[in-house]
Design a protein around this ligand. Structure first.
Ligand code: BES
Ligand code: ZN
Ligand code: ZN
Length: 501
């Protein structure tokens, strides 16, 4: 979708549709809504007086303009109560409006910045959130449909119109940023939605190559031999049952002078399909495990946006990628393997494979000199028992880094919830035969998974995000689209772009 910012008067602009707004309880329209009302001989005020339009959240009122203004259609979008209006609402509004327009004869939409002045939002925040919502709401995954869904159904162009020429530059910047964040999220969605036969670890390498080339970021790929040489026995144990070779993908962005190590490493779980291995999963719903590489997709996509925004930080993204399959060579329950740092692991359930690949990913981040680590993974079914799909879980060892993630999530309009990491939970993953075992029983399943990761992190400030409850959505809801949701991608980007040492 093309996004443009123009100086002008919305009443004089020619688009397929113009979108203005109304807060709940407002009887006399103001701003752009007032200008359109006047141009349409008070139609909007008359509808308000009739009681047919109340400005409630989600309310969409459509008018035809019959050549009173150049644009043939107007939507008045209800914004709800002014006190409750924020960027989270604007983002969802943008997505809901774009969906309401799809399927009609509408290709080009024009609108203004919403909620400025009256609701006290900054122009920049408002425009960025609206553009994010529009681009995220316009997403679809149809590359395997023949023919593809009607391309004419998609909105092609959004124009944001501002009558004060001094504000144009600020709006343009905000629109560009919103677009970059949303496009990266859509990239992560594309990767997570892709069926596992179209996205093996090697396919993911090809996708990462394209991103690295176009964005001028550095790519490193570790293959099986290098993993063996590095002693990544934990990651390799997951790959043992698969005919697809494992790959560790690493993308690096340097936004400051060369210095040893990295301010931050993002480590994403990249299981391109999780059958459970020998501890095989039940058949119903197993297809969802094509998205068990959402962590990897999220860190790769985040790097694309980071390289466009160019913050002053050195950051590397690490995605240990493999299938988890049963097979003649597969890891068996009871096997003991050794991770890169020498830790021995008793594998009691081969379906708890995410923590095994992350363990070596985290060890590698430390070898590279990461001063902070954030990992992201569809790690445990237990996180959806604890939190459902309203938020994702975070656990960590450093209050400052946890706070940075919280702030980045709220800036993104996402919810994250911290779970405790009391020392005693560590008892559950003590093994009789090795340094640690890979499962800790049903109680506090998400926490014991994090406790396992903590062993490899050591003293490095670290946060683990468990996104297994939110990675796939069953329906469209505001900016979240059905299928791969793209949750936490913008949070990672905002974390990196707001970084202060
Ligand atoms: N990939 C799954 C977790 C998952 C479940 C992601 C549902 C998305 C939706 C993970 O590898 C897994 O199987 N975890 C096990 C761990 C258990 C064996 C300790 C689980 O959660 O059941
Ligand atoms: Zn599993
Ligand atoms: Zn898994």
């Amino acid at each position: 979708m093309e996004i443009e910012v123009l100086h002008g008067n919305i009443t004089e602009f020619d688009a397929d549709l113009i979108i203005v707004n109304l807060f709940e309880g407002i009887k006399e329209p103001v701003g752009a809504t007032k200008a359109i009302d006047k141009a349409l001989d008070n139609s909007i005020s008359n509808i308000i007086t009739l009681g047919d339009m109340k400005g409630k959240k989600g309310e969409i009122t459509r008018l035809h303009t019959f050549e009173k203004i150049p644009s043939p259609r107007v939507i008045i979008a209800g914004l709800g109560e002014q006190e409750n209006f924020n960027t989270r609402e604007i983002r969802n509004l943008g997505a809901n409006l774009i969906r309401a327009c799809q399927g009609a004869e509408i290709r080009h939409i024009a609108t203004i910045a919403h909620g400025i002045g009256t609701a006290g939002l900054s122009l920049q925040d408002s425009v960025q959130a609206f553009v994010e919502g529009v681009v995220l709401g316009n997403y679809r995954f149809d590359r395997h449909k023949t023919p593809k869904e009607d391309p004419d159904n998609l909105i092609e162009r959004l124009t944001i119109i501002e009558n004060d020429s001094e504000k144009i530059e600020e709006i343009q910047k905000a629109a560009t940023k919103g677009c970059v964040l949303a496009q990266a999220t859509n990239l992560a969605r594309d990767l997570a939605n892709e069926p596992a036969n179209h996205l093996t670890p090697s396919d993911l390498v090809e996708r990462a190559k394209k991103i690295a080339e176009s964005k001028n970021i550095e790519l490193e790929v570790l293959d099986r031999e290098t993993m063996e040489a590095k002693g990544m026995g934990s990651l390799l144990s997951v790959a043992a049952g698969s005919v697809q070779p494992p790959k560790l993908i690493r993308l690096t962005y340097r936004g400051k002078d060369a210095e040893p190590g990295f301010d931050l490493a993002l480590v994403g779980k990249g299981i391109t399909f999780d059958t459970g291995g020998i501890s095989i999963k039940p058949a119903p719903g197993m297809e969802a495990m094509k998205a068990d590489m959402t962590g990897a997709a999220s860190v790769i996509a985040a790097m694309e946006a980071i390289s466009a925004i160019k913050p002053e930080i050195n950051v590397t993204a690490i995605a240990p990628c493999t299938e988890n399959m049963p097979g003649g060579n597969a890891t068996k329950p009871g096997d003991v393997v050794t991770a890169m740092d020498g830790t021995t692991i008793e594998i009691l359930n081969t379906d708890a494979e995410g923590r095994l690949v992350l363990a070596d990913g985290i060890c590698y981040a430390k070898e590279l000199g990461a001063r902070n680590i954030v990992d992201i993974a569809t790690l445990t079914g237990a996180i959806s028992i604890a939190l459902g799909d309203q938020c994702y879980g975070m656990m960590g060892n450093n209050t400052d880094l946890l706070a940075k993630i919280s702030d980045a999530a709220s800036e993104s309009g996402e919810r994250v919830w911290e779970l405790p990491m009391f020392e005693e939970y560590g008892e559950q993953i003590k093994s009789d035969v090795s340094d640690v075992k890979n499962v800790g029983g049903r109680p506090a399943g998400s926490i014991t998974a994090a406790k396992f990761l903590e062993k490899f992190v050591g003293e490095t400030p670290w946060v683990h995000l468990d996104i297994a409850g939110v990675d796939m959505a069953t329906k469209n809801n505001g900016w979240v689209t059905k299928g791969a949701s793209g949750q936490a991608v913008r949070t990672l980007i905002n974390l990196v772009c707001n970084w202060k040492n």
